[in-house]
Design a protein. Structure first.
Length: 226
């Protein structure tokens, strides 16, 4: 088997420690930035949903400020955001390169997108369920947790899956500025040294990651479908 791999992907086989490290770095970036972004995005998505016109906590000022801020951040291409956030990243984590330096830009690039996914998922909720919960004496916070989040779990999981897949693409892009990971591995060896097998193997790994996340998401949605 090893002899066969040496024939079809010789450059990858000579760089196995770098290859394994790049996969580990990508997973670390996905885990840390993903967890932070999903928590913040879920919170902002909920706030958008409940403060909009007709929401249970309608607040035009809060909604407009949050809505415009999210639209502004979403309009900035991620590659530009990477460079624009260098001072902030250095101030928070002490460096703007490597895996640590990628976390802040990845969070900023993911949170606005995910918050919109959550807003869309919660917008599918039947208003009658909210009215029924309110008529039974449920408070605002209780309605958010017992109605919004529980009844929209399928849409939330779908949005989370889409966001996680998008985040994989962002981690690869972050490799262009020395963030490490599979993107950095593909650029340094596959592109700059014209080692095509490195590029192909990097693509295959990313495709496998995307499909794994999609499968997990589909399973969760199926189990929570009414």
């Amino acid at each position: 088997m090893e002899e066969f791999l040496n024939k079809i992907i010789p450059n990858v086989m000579t760089k196995l420690p770098d290859f394994y490290r790049s996969i580990e770095e990508t997973l670390i970036m996905l885990l840390w930035s993903g967890v932070i972004a999903l928590i913040l995005g879920l919170l902002l998505g909920i706030i958008l949903s409940v403060t909009k016109k007709g929401g249970i906590l309608e607040n035009k000022v809060v909604f407009q400020i949050l809505d415009k801020t999210i639209n502004f951040l979403r309009s900035i291409p991620f590659i530009i955001l990477l460079f624009a956030l260098i001072p902030l990243t250095r101030m928070i984590v002490g460096t703007a390169i490597g895996v640590k330096g990628a976390i802040i830009p990845l969070v900023f690039g993911t949170v606005p997108f995910y918050s919109r996914q959550i807003e869309t998922a919660l917008a599918e909720l039947n208003p009658g369920l909210i009215e029924a919960a309110a008529s039974m004496g449920s408070g605002k916070i209780e309605i958010i947790f017992r109605v919004y989040l529980r009844e929209c779990i399928g849409g939330i999981v779908r949005g989370t899956t889409i966001t996680a897949i998008s985040l994989i693409g962002l981690t690869a892009m972050a490799g262009a500025v020395g963030a490490g990971g599979i993107g950095d591995f593909a650029i340094r060896f596959g592109y700059q040294r014209n080692q095509i097998d490195v590029t192909y193997v990097s693509v295959i790994i990313l495709v496998l990651l995307v499909n794994l996340i999609q499968i997990i998401g589909n399973i969760i949605v199926k189990k929570n479908s009414h």
